[in-house]
Write a protein that binds this ligand. Structure first.
Ligand code: ZN
Length: 297
């Protein structure tokens, strides 16, 4: 077997209040004394990652963020300052990331952040080429890092083996998400490193399953909308009540809205606003069909 030019270390990170089950993964890609960091965990994760780097005398070359969400990005500023390295992100996630830093870390220096991760760009590390893939959906500027030669995919939150990937407006977009997922399915991925949960050894199976789950949900929503008009909340009531705990219904509503956005964008449903109730109502578009050939007998 071919020897990898680097090895990968997973760091499951939690806040003081969280259990390991809710951990977010940062990854160190290590070759000799050199290391790249993918995602950074929470504010309090910085000292743990620092310790890991110092214990092994590793020299950090850069921090790569799969997307801006706080559990993946908040620790990065402190690590960047301590190791004098840049934080790389996709241009579409730059503004929300900086807003997040200003909110949680108002005194920190955000000039470490550069929005230079673009589709197709490669990062050379230890003689290997890591390719940046722009895979919008979970966030608009979400990226994956792909080692084509070895089939390794660092997928962030786009593909996770635990729970459901959060796709909600305004950060997320379901049409983009499914398109990106289809794209990942065209790649030869042998091992997938997710933002949450353990590394995945059968990535194709997992991605197909995730795709199917979304399409099943969409079909369910379409069948409700074909039967009668609904608001987002009345759909949530029909689909989720009794199946998930009450406190999570707001999240279910966001998921439903993401589906409605997608279906509306595809002209499969229509929408009307009622000024009295100040609500949006959705219904399945009528199927336009016209007889154009009566047949010959
Ligand atoms: Zn996320």
């Amino acid at each position: 077997m071919m020897r990898l030019a680097y090895h990968v270390e997973m760091l499951p990170l939690t806040t003081a209040m969280d259990t390991l089950e809710n951990a977010v993964n940062a990854y160190l890609i290590i070759s000799g004394q050199d290391a790249l960091l993918i995602d950074s965990g929470f504010i309090e994760s910085a000292s743990m990652i620092d310790r890991r780097l110092r214990e092994s005398g590793l020299v950090l070359e850069g921090i790569y963020l799969t997307h801006f969400h706080p559990d993946h990005s908040l620790g990065a500023l402190e690590i960047a300052a301590n190791h004098q390295v840049k934080i790389h992100c996709h241009p579409l996630d730059y503004k929300p990331l900086i807003d997040l830093y200003r909110h949680y870390l108002p005194d920190a220096d955000t000039s470490w952040v550069i929005a230079d991760l673009d589709e197709g760009q490669t990062v050379s590390f230890s003689g290997e080429q890591l390719t940046i893939l722009h895979i919008p959906g979970h966030s608009h500027g979400h990226i994956a890092i792909f080692d084509k030669k070895n089939g390794y995919l660092f997928a962030g939150d786009h593909v996770i083996p635990v729970g459901t990937v959060w796709i909600g407006p305004p950060d997320g977009h379901l049409t983009d998400y499914l398109r990106s997922l289809s794209r990942l399915l065209t790649l030869q991925v042998s091992k997938l490193y997710p933002g949450h949960g353990d590394p995945v050894l059968s990535p194709r199976f997992l991605m197909t399953q995730m795709q199917q789950r979304r399409l099943d949900r969409e079909a369910e929503i379409m069948s409700h909308l074909s039967a009668k008009e609904h608001t987002a909340m009345s759909l949530v009531r029909e689909i989720y009540v009794g199946k998930i705990p009450e406190p999570y219904l707001w999240a279910a509503k966001k998921t439903v809205i993401a589906h409605l956005q997608k279906l509306y964008g595809e002209h499969l449903i229509t929408m009307r606003h009622d000024s009295i109730t100040n609500q949006f109502y959705y219904t399945a578009s009528p199927v336009n069909s016209r007889l154009v050939d009566e047949g010959s007998d």
